[in-house]
Each structure stands twice: as C-alpha cells, then as structure tokens.
Design a binder for this molecule. Structure first.
Ligand SMILES: Nc1nc2c(ncn2[C@@H]2O[C@H](COP(=O)(O)OP(=O)(O)O)[C@@H](O)[C@H]2O)c(=O)[nH]1
Ligand SMILES: [Mg+2]
Length: 366
C-alpha cells in the first residue's frame, strides 16, 4: 500500500526544486534511500525515528521503512484541460495519485519569470483548480445523460450515481473543488469514489518561500494558510531552493546545522512526508524481529485482522490473535522477556483497533 503523491503547480513555482530536495534526501541518513524510477518519479522512505530506536534494541538484519512515491507532474498551465501544455498526459498522471502536493510560489525573484506576470499564490491556485475542475466536469458530463436515463427507469445503483453526479456537477460549475462535497450514505460515498475525480483527492498546499521566510512564512503564505483552513485542507511552508542547497552538503551534521540556522528542526522533506501521511489518515504499525524491523502502513481505525492482511492475506484469513507491545514499553523494558514479565504484552482479538506505533505479532493458522 505504498502512498503515491503528485506534485502540481504552475511553471516556475519550484516543483522540480522540491522534487530534487526529495531525491537528494537520500544522503541525509544511511537508511533514507531514494531511487528515481523515471526522471520525474522517485520513491522515498517515510522518515520514522522509532524504527532506528527499535533497531538499537533488536539488532535486526535490516530496517525496512515505509515508502512513498513522488511524481513531479510538469506541464500544467491555463488551458491544460483543453490540451494546452502537456495537457492530458499530465492529467492522467494526477489521476493515479492518492494525494496532491500543490506547490505555490510565495517567493519574489525578478530573474525567474512568472507565467502570469506577478506573484499571487491565491490566483495561481485558482488557475490550477479551474483546470482540474474542468477536467472533472468533463468526466461527469461523459456519463451524465446515460446515468440519468438509467436512473429514470428505476435502476437503484444508477439513481445513487446520478444523485452523486448531480451534486458534483453543481459544485464544480460553481467553481468549487469536488472535495468540498460530502455524502451521508455509504452507497453515495462509494459511488463518489468510483468517479475518481481529480479535485476530490486530498491536497496539501506547499508554500515555496525564500530563506528569510523559511520559519515563519510571509504575507502570501498567510493568505494561503487562511484559504486552506477555509477548505479544510492542509498547508505548509518549504524553502525549496534553500533546502536543495542544504541537501548538497556532505555530512548529516552540516545539514542539521544549516537547518537550525534557518530556525528549522526538521527538513521540509521530512515534514512533507509526515503531513501527507496524516492527510491520508495513514498510520504505521511495526514488526520487530531478528531478521528485520519493518514499518507497515495502514488506515487509521483498522482492526487487528485487517492490519494482519497488510502483511499477508493468510494472516487475515487465519487470524487468531495479536500480541501487541506499545512502542514506549519496548523502549523502556528493552526486551520481549522483560515486557512480558512486567505484564505489558497485550493479547488482543479481532476487535482491537491498532494504534500508531504498535509493535505487532500476529498469531494465525492456515
Ligand atoms: N529565488 C528563489 N528561486 C527559487 C525558489 N524555488 C525555486 N526557485 C528557482 O525557480 C526556478 C524554477 O524552479 P523549478 O523547480 O524548475 O520550477 P517548476 O517549473 O515548478 O518545476 C529555478 O531556477 C529555481 O532555482 C525559491 O524559493 N527562491
Ligand atoms: Mg519542473
């Protein structure tokens, strides 16, 4: 269940710079690998200090962090929904992602042209939103008449679909993103999901700023913040170019020092991946053994058998029980024997809701 995020934004806002930061993050720590699959696609590991701490106790053969795929989606300009720029190719790329990272230019630099003349992240955001909305309208209109007809003959599924499509159509025509519409019933929610609309995907706004605004932002980032709040979306500040420079330093210590000089504790890359996880309601449980300490991704709220299924479908089918150790207990007691002795090993059944950071051992039979 690797997470896939697409970076979008107008030309010259800093998308590729951010992508490069991600790709050079590999040098930040030994187990922080990044590999480029295609020039614009990379896989990055999800930073998680807990794995390193556990490994110090368990001494496993290897550490296996969760991964996240990042796509630098270029070519979105005004008119893309009608095939301008790279147009449709780019829109196809977005459709395959779980979440959108929308980069907004919040830095001034006369040497770097802005396609629309001046710095205005709110307008830029609207340009991108409009293109995606137009594409979504196209998706809906392609099925609209047919679904309406089927619904009118009494087809139950078509009725639900038509209700959903109509709600979306109205919303998109008013210039709002599909994610602003919510549905009550499970049937409607499923029908909504099946439309795979671009503007229904969760979005994280990344304000790209200059060094001076790296910590506290500037007047533009505050506007974006306010707008994101209104939409129930997330936003964050990254100084992409500065961080790209920092990523070029050899040693981890040097990098950390420069980050601290900017007033930052953690690199933008780390913060970004963590935000994306939170945005998608993703959490991590851990398995720890001699062979490996490994992070597994699951959706917040999942119960033990469903999480077991992330490892292997047999684990879910033959689920008997789960043995659960809380991360803090593992760190405090330092061995499974000591944890047991202290009565801190939880024996949990089918109804146990797995918590972020739980160290899980599944008992099953096949
Ligand atoms: N001054 C300044 N320049 C930046 C910043 N971020 C990116 N750039 C520069 O802006 C130009 C366009 O950036 P790029 O990442 O290629 O934009 P893209 O078209 O969105 O991929 C490059 O020359 C970058 O070095 C920034 O925060 N400040
Ligand atoms: Mg680019």
């Amino acid at each position: 269940m690797a997470l896939k995020c697409g970076i979008v934004g107008l030309p010259n806002v800093g998308k590729s710079t951010l992508f490069n930061c991600l790709s050079s993050a590999k040098a930040q720590a030994a187990n922080f690998p990044f590999c480029t699959i295609e020039p614009n696609v990379g896989v990055i590991t999800v930073p998680d200090e807990r794995l390193t701490k556990l490994a110090e106790i368990v001494n496993p053969g290897r550490i296996v962090p969760a991964t996240c795929e990042i796509v630098d989606i270029a070519g979105l300009v005004k008119g893309a929904s009608k095939g301008e720029g790279l147009g449709n190719k780019f829109l196809g790329n977005i459709r395959e992602t779980d979440a959108i990272i929308h980069v907004l230019r919040c830095f001034e630099d006369d040497n770097i042209t802005h396609v629309d003349g001046n710095i205005d992240p709110i307008r830029d955001k609207e340009i991108i939103d409009t293109e995606l909305q137009l594409k979504d309208l196209e998706t809906i209109e392609a099925k609209y008449a047919k679904t309406q007809k089927m619904a009118s003959t009494g087809n139950k599924d078509a009725k639900v679909e038509f209700t959903v499509m109509s709600a979306y159509k109205e919303c998109l025509e008013a210039g709002r993103n599909a994610r602003t519409v919510t549905f009550e019933s499970k049937e409607e929610q499923d029908a909504a999901k099946n439309l795979f609309l671009l503007t229904s995907k969760p979005v994280l706004y990344v304000c790209n700023v200059d060094e001076t605004a790296a910590k506290d932002g500037n007047e533009w980032t505050r506007k974006v913040d306010a707008l994101a709040k209104e939409e129930g979306a997330e936003s964050m500040i990254v100084a992409a170019k500065t961080e790209e420079d920092i990523a070029g330093f050899e040693s981890y210590e040097d990098k950390q020092m420069f980050l601290e000089e900017l007033g930052l504790e953690e690199s933008g890359v780390n913060r970004l991946i963590k935000k994306a996880y939170a945005l998608l309601n993703l959490q991590t449980f851990i398995t720890a053994g001699e062979m490996e300490v490994k992070a597994w991704t699951y959706k917040k709220g999942w119960k033990a058998p469903q999480c077991a299924g992330v490892i292997h479908t047999d684990f879910e089918k033959g689920f008997i029980r789960a043995e659960v150790i809380k991360y803090e207990d593992y760190i405090n007691y330092k061995s499974e024997a000591a944890i047991k002795e202290a009565g801190k090993l939880g024996i949990e059944g089918k109804e146990y809701v797995v918590q972020d950071g739980d160290i899980m051992h599944f008992r099953f039979n096949v």
